[in-house]
Design a protein around this ligand. Structure first.
Ligand code: ZN
Length: 315
């Protein structure tokens, strides 16, 4: 499947150099005093590779300080390779595939995939939409048993039915997507998401679910199609973009990941949003997508610890 021929995926020194250039385009940054390009690479037989010392405050540091990789025993080149596998696949890559392709234990592969997904969260800045732009908003349901998927049942239960998780997404036409795992979807909890994540000058399109009527009125325009009476397109009014996005997400989550627990769903959503936002159709190739995603590892150290603690508790 994916092409792992780039030496940064097999050679630790090359992986480190590559990472340094991504994280420090203007030279090493001291994590203690913030000085840029004022550090000396330490050399010596017992010195860790990539160890710098700040010329000002004498702080020793490496490029992984305060990143997702800090304290990890997994080599950097394997981190980069796993990130590439996740970024280059259309539907996602299972921990089993990462385990087999990179020769790390299944457990390590599982941790790595979750940490990488976590690094993709909140990586996308600013509200969606704006003047002259259309954002489609809708809710879908992920997981659960097939027999619970019937639309009439979902409607009846209101929250998506037994064993199913609600996902609320916003998708710009020709642009970005942002998804939220919701315990329940109501007018009260949708409004804060809509008004903080979408610019008021946006044309909003939804199906005619009542939960969005009130918040929708705060936007430049809010048009609806009535799916319950079989209306899907009325001129330019439709939610086909978001329906298409949901189908990619569902194919990946059910086809590759099979079962996604509620606890981790937000991280899978971040993965699907990220790949969609940096997609081929917008001119981003696999290598560029992987390289861009790396900026998300910075400042994620605490989160990484929390994931590991939770995972250890479960194990
Ligand atoms: Zn310093």
């Amino acid at each position: 499947m994916s092409d792992l021929s780039n030496p940064i995926f097999t050679d630790e020194a090359k992986a480190r150099k590559w990472l340094e250039r991504r994280i420090w385009p203007n030279g090493p940054i001291c994590p203690k005093c913030g000085s840029v390009d004022q550090a000396t690479l330490m050399k010596g037989k017992t010195t860790r590779p990539g160890l710098y010392q700040c010329n000002y405050c004498r702080e020793p540091f490496t490029v992984t300080v305060n990143t997702l990789y800090e304290r990890s025993h997994i080599p950097l080149h394997k981190w980069l390779a796993a990130t590439y596998l996740l970024m280059a696949s259309k539907k996602g890559v299972s921990a089993m595939q990462v385990h087999r392709m990179l020769g790390v234990s299944y457990k390590s592969a599982w941790f790595m995939c979750h940490r990488i997904r976590e690094s993709l969260r909140f990586n996308d800045e600013g509200p969606l939409g704006g003047e002259g732009m259309t954002v489609e908003a809708d809710e879908t349901f992920i997981g659960g048993k097939e027999k619970n998927r019937h639309r009439s049942k979902r409607k009846h239960l209101g929250t998506g039915g037994v064993n199913k998780e609600s996902v609320f997404s916003l998708v710009e036409r020709d642009g970005r997507a942002r998804s939220f795992h919701m315990e329940t979807v109501s007018a009260d909890n949708l409004r804060p998401i809509l008004v903080t994540q979408v610019k008021r000058s946006t044309a909003l399109m939804t199906d005619n679910a009542n939960v969005m009527t009130l918040a929708g009125s705060e936007f430049k325009s809010h048009q609806t199609v009535n799916h319950s009476i079989g209306e899907y397109v009325r001129g330019g009014v439709h939610t086909n973009t978001i329906e298409g996005y949901f189908s990619i997400m569902k194919r990946g989550i059910t086809g590759v990941y099979h079962h996604v627990s509620a606890q981790h769903l937000k991280r899978y959503l971040a993965e699907f949003d990220y790949r969609y936002n940096e997609r081929e159709a917008l001119g981003v190739n696999d290598t560029e997508r992987m390289a861009k995603s790396i900026k998300g590892i910075v400042g994620k150290r605490m989160t990484y610890r929390r994931i590991e603690e939770r995972a250890n508790k479960q194990a």
